[in-house]
Write a protein that binds this ligand. Sequence first.
Ligand SMILES: [Ca+2]
Ligand SMILES: [Ca+2]
Length: 268
Amino acid sequence: MFAIRMRAVLLCVFFPCLVHANFSGGDDFNDNSVDSTKWGSDEIRNFGTFAETNQRLEFTGTMTANTIGMVLHHWTANYGSYTENWSAQVDVSLSSLALGSSDLLFISLTAANTANSEYNKGGITLRETNAGYFIVPGVQNSPSDTSQLPTPIASGIVSLQVSYDSATHTLITAYDLDGASNGYLWTPSESYDLSPWNMTDSSQFQLEIVAGGISATTRTIMSGQVTADNLAVTPEPSTLGLLGLAVFALLATSYRRRHAKISHTQLT
Ligand SMILES: [Ca+2]
Ligand SMILES: [Ca+2]
């Protein structure tokens, strides 16, 4: 009984992560059917649809001239911890389209403070304009405080990653320039201090795949022109958690040795 209590105390002291929920799971979209245990209702802003087609997530729709539109595909299987690390990644693609000078198309992986998801959000975007493709990390801290930093890239097939470091409360973006090909080799992008979001230890993050755009003329986005695949949502132990794991292992070993010694003494 003492051993069980001892383990429970140690777990509570060193593994706060075990009582805080965190992101985990993913979706390969291979069943061509939206899993309602993983995804909430899509939030459609002006136009567009997400559907699972061709073993991936595809965005389609008809853009009304000069009206920006997008759809938010909400991951609802779980939510990200503020006190533990996590990471999310997804493969995305945009087909090469004949866009006008004021047109753009995008697909993003974003994380937001669930308590203020409209104005406390950050992430990384693949954007297409008539000047080519761009990686665009960004953060929004308030209605008037938005930062974006486009970097031109050669291809419309990439992977996007958003990670969270609970030690520094920082959101970190990265991308893989050839997507799932050749394994994942992440190019660091930007990191954002989330202190303006005023989150607390009980706060949570939500995750979205977002796609949309704007066109000067009516334009239909066809199947296969905007896609996402292989979402992976991974909880990662924090530095504090790893330290706790090491201390727990030492204490457990010490306890087992003492207990074995006592048992041996009682037997002889
Ligand atoms: Ca797939
Ligand atoms: Ca790769």
